[in-house]
Design a protein around this ligand. Sequence first.
Ligand code: DCP
Ligand code: MG
Length: 483
Amino acid sequence: MILHIDMDAFFAAIEQRDNPDLRNKPIIVAGNSKRSVVATASYEARQFGIHSAMPVFQAKQKYDQIIIIPGNRRKYSAESKKIMGVISNFSPLVEQVSIDEAYVDIKGCEKLFGPPAAMAQKIKEAIFEKLGLTCSIGIAPVKFLAKIASDMDKPNGITLIPKDEMDKFIQGLPIARVPGVGKQAMKIMSVLQIHTLGDIHKYDISLLNNKFGKMGTRLYELSRGKDISRVETNYTRKSISSETTLSTDISDFKTAKQILLDLSQGVGRDLRKKKMVCRNVSIKIKFSDFTQITRSKKIDSWISSSSAIFNEALSLYGKLTLKKKIRLLGVGVSHFMDKNAPIQMELLCPPEEKTKKQWESVDMAVDSIMEKFGSEMVKKASLNKPKLKREQGMQIISVKAIIKGRVQGVFFRAETQKAARLLNLKGYVKNLANGSVEAFFQGDEHGVKKMLEWCSTGPPASRVDRVMQESSAFLPCDDFKIQ
Ligand code: DCP
Ligand code: MG
């Protein structure tokens, strides 16, 4: 049997535990900007119809006395680790699937802890004793049913679906509750008169595949109680994603690209930290009217570099026809494999993908700088690598540029140097006492022009306000140096 454990109102419950004044009160954990959304709501707040992902202003409309707590991700992650520690005392087969939920395969544990429901009760007690937090647990012969079950008696409940009752449960299970069945699929379901998972039996597998694509086979199997996915302990997480709500809605490609780049870097860094490679990249876009879309792509090779993730994210973005302004952008990766898995990296990275490997080593260097300094300021340069293609008849020119804005620091200069060298430019880059950066580029017209374009954006974390340029006399120099 499989257990699915999900903490109750996780972030809010931690806040209520740590501050007795908040106990039994309607609270939400949310950011404090005007555009924030509710991360979670205490069960008291849910009575007013407030829930996760609801904009804070709407939550306030539902209940104007609502208490808003800013939240502390670091604290929640630390609690999450402790919870997983408690759970792993019961079974070695634990798969954490999000910050507050995990599957546990309890095969062979019955001798120690008794039948499944008794074991679930013991786990609940152990978590409460160690952390003062409650959870809900679903128990079923397969993963997807355990997950559905854990949600059926929230908060603080245990729901068991025994093997001999599984078919009956499936017959009555509303199809909308099956993971993966979204709004789009629901439209087809209603045409096909599929209301419960059991109704899937009415159709054969080819029709299901035809109507639902890849999900068809999965629905066919789930409706027969088959869920081949196992509790996988070797992956701590099966997806990594990062998203950002923008301070103002945007519609221009350049800004979106810059944000996708920034997000790809964060996601790539997390992936590499876990020593994983992935072969699925996705993007998420929430529009100004709060509708949202996600697009994902399976890639032919395994990747872990930020640049590869960014390129995939950008190509997904490029395929969209966007009619509305964007309020949130997200990038995610999934389908992981251990980087050191038996398949050799050379196979993952054939020689023609040498560039990819080079970018990976650049990423690793940046990761280690970030590790060391822990600074948000240290970010990788624009991955929009300038092309080295030359045109005939290019002039050799020299330009001096003064870059104004938040551009000082070794990272900006190092990245400028890297880009300039790629473009075969000579010259220098240096910090000025007034907070600007001075750069001198000497080379062919194309390269200098590209470099000036680069300067007007710079690496993602730098804020370039203005680039002032003037043509300059030739200087005898044979490299591009940081001064
Ligand atoms: N979370 C978030 N943003 C969301 C959803 C969730 O930041 N849109 C965070 C806050 C939650 C935590 O993840 O506390 C766990 O998510 P759950 O979906 O399990 O929600 P809760 O644990 O808060 O409530 P429940 O009792 O319904 O599980
Ligand atoms: Mg939860």
